[in-house]
Ligand binder design. Structure first.
Ligand SMILES: [Zn+2]
Length: 430
């Protein structure tokens, strides 16, 4: 299929193809998008001057707040052409709507088809989808339509309920699962408690969604290791968001999510909106290609990643993204180092001396970030305290403040918010 060939072509021909699509996009936005028409006018932008990927830098970026405040101004088609209303949580309270036309749904299917092919999917595979397909969740229909296009078998089981997942695995013998990695841990636990030998089942691979299975250096993180310690399957990580309607998925080499160049232009930018080089963390900024309903130009995802641009051992030459290092808004600048909650969580999770934790960040009197760790220690001894402090100093090269508490007090922190989800990161910065 044409789509997959592009990922193997020279980066130069990929760039030329993207630039042609970019020029088409700019004309389209300037004709049909109320938001971008106004933006171009306000900034005095002559779109005919934007011809290359390098020229993108002269265009303003778009934020999530822009979409939230002017949601329907992003729509480029009459409402009669919309067939799917997807949504994503907004930062200002109300959810953001992303509307798709029939063509956008086809593009979404092509995108996810490409993802599954990249993750060694074949028509002979049967995938058990352990995720929701309703509640306006775009990824659910993306997986479903992508697998349909691939010609693979699909079992729509939904999230949760390990007993039902295993009963179905044993009955229908899927070869692959699509699931959140922490749920795969639950599946393994259930199997262990119920005498199911995971390695004797039909499942040989897992597409891991929503959470990282690797550290920034691409080695497996504690979640990835925990899964592979018990279950001899191939793991593939995938990263996507509703706004970009496109996924970055790992191939069997497991060295970053591959860009599908005909669907998206990806920029990685520093705090001054300048492009960073490979291997340097920056915010993922995307421009969608081939979208009809709500295309986005230089949209700032808020996710911090690094990119790799050397060819992959799988033969694909397209850019790859590292696991998400963190959310840009959650970046902590602490005593000269830059920290992100996910890396801190991984580190705390790995220490045997710590049973459970929460991380609090606040501004000190001169406006700098301070970190306070709320820890439930394995025991109350000085030796335990010493090991924790020494370990943190060695790994972080700085020493955050520590407050030892018991499990009930920690649970009050975890569930303080009205959220049903556990709160492990408390941001009190001004
Ligand atoms: Zn590859």
């Amino acid at each position: 299929m044409d789509q997959q060939v592009k990922e193997y072509q020279s980066t130069h021909s990929q760039k030329l193809m993207q630039e042609e699509k970019l020029r088409e996009l700019l004309v389209y936005l300037n004709t049909y998008s109320p938001f971008y028409k106004k933006l171009f006018k306000e900034h005095g932008i002559d779109i005919s001057k934007i011809k290359t990927i390098e020229d993108l830098i002269s265009l303003p970026t778009t934020s999530k707040e822009d979409i939230q405040q002017h949601n329907l101004d992003f729509l480029c088609v009459p409402k009669s052409k919309i067939v799917e209303y997807a949504s994503t949580s907004g930062t200002l309270g109300s959810p953001v709507t992303i509307a798709l036309t029939k063509n956008d749904l086809d593009r979404l299917a092509c995108n996810e088809y490409g993802s599954f092919v990249c993750a060694d999917g074949t028509p002979g595979d049967i995938y058990q989808l352990m995720l929701t397909l309703d509640r306006q969740f775009m990824a659910g229909i993306a997986y479903y339509s992508g697998l349909t296009k691939l010609g693979a078998g699909i079992i729509r089981l939904g999230p949760g309920v390990p007993s039902l997942q295993w009963e179905t695995i044993q009955r229908l013998r899927p070869t692959a699962i699509v699931a959140v990695p922490s749920f795969i841990i639950k599946l393994i636990q259930f199997a262990r408690e119920n005498g199911i030998d995971v390695n004797a089942t039909s499942v040989k691979k897992a597409i891991c969604i929503g959470e990282n299975i690797r550290n920034t250096d691409l080695s497996l993180n504690i979640l990835g290791r925990k899964i592979l310690d018990s279950w001899n399957i191939q793991l593939y990580s995938t990263y996507a968001s509703t706004e970009m309607q496109t996924a970055f998925t790992e191939c069997g080499q497991g060295c970053g999510g591959h860009l599908q160049p005909e669907l998206l232009v990806a920029e990685i930018l520093d705090e001054n909106n300048q492009a960073v080089g490979p291997g340097i963390p920056g915010e993922v900024v995307i421009t969608t290609l081939g979208i009809e309903g709500m295309p986005l130009l230089r949209y700032k995802t808020g996710d911090v990643c690094m990119y790799m641009n050397e060819p992959c051992d799988c033969g694909r030459t397209s850019l790859r993204l590292s696991p998400v290092i963190g959310r840009k808004k959650q970046m902590i600048k602490f005593k000269g180092t830059t920290l992100y909650p996910p890396a801190l969580f991984d580190m705390l999770n790995e220490m045997d001396e710590i049973i459970d934790f929460a991380v609090e960040v606040y501004s000190n009197e001169i406006g700098l970030d301070e970190v306070l760790l709320h820890l439930v220690p394995a025991d109350d001894t000085d030796a335990c305290d010493h090991r924790i402090r020494a370990n943190l100093q060695a790994r972080l090269r700085v020493s955050p403040a520590i407050r030892y508490i018991d499990t009930p007090s920690l649970q009050k922190i975890h569930f303080k918010e009205t959220d049903r989800k556990i709160t492990r990161f408390i941001d009190r910065r001004k």
